[in-house]
Ligand binder design. Sequence first.
Ligand code: SF4
Length: 227
Amino acid sequence: MSQAKSSAFADKLLSAEDVVTVFRLLGRNMPGRTRDAKGPKDQPNPFRSCVSCMLSAQSRDENTAKASAALFALADTPQGILALSDEAIAEAIKPCGLYNMKTRNLKMMCAYLLDELDGEVPQNRDGLMKLPGIGRKCADIVMSFTFGADVIAVDTHVHRVSNRLGLARGKTEAQTAQSLEERSPAWALRDGHFWLLQFGRTVCVSRVPKCEACFLSHLCPSASIAT
Ligand code: SF4
């Protein structure tokens, strides 16, 4: 079987029946939330979770972890972070890149939390997305990893796999998240992120997907796209 182009997404969306079959097969072959939920995103403190997610934009996980640890060693509350100088924050979060913009967003988020929400992090997507620097992906990651909501957070792996497979359609991660939510069966929302993430890391990898060994190739509209 020919391989999917690494950057191409098939036009075809799977039928509702095939979407269910894909999720069933993913559930049988990939670890879900209960078996493999721990990781750098697993952060029980909502404020720290929002901060780490904001710092993760265009950064590798290990660099985000370094930046988060350095910042939280200085302060891990909105009041504490607002009391820091911009220079101190930027120096601490340097490993995750874009540190001047992220410093500005951090301070704006802290000020918004204190001024508008008495320092409480909202426990719903719409509220989270009102925080400066928090978009759909971060909101869904906080909802899923910190508040335990049944939400498929869409990162770069989930975005790529969902579009290649025809599970969802979206040019941006936020569009894919919306499409995926509309097209996924309710029972798949709890583990879907974990299944798709692991599948994207091990089988449907970014540059050269392993179509020959893929247990979904008989359903995948991208498997027939020649490289
Ligand atoms: S889902 Fe499977 S068949 Fe489809 S592009 Fe990815 S690896 Fe290839």
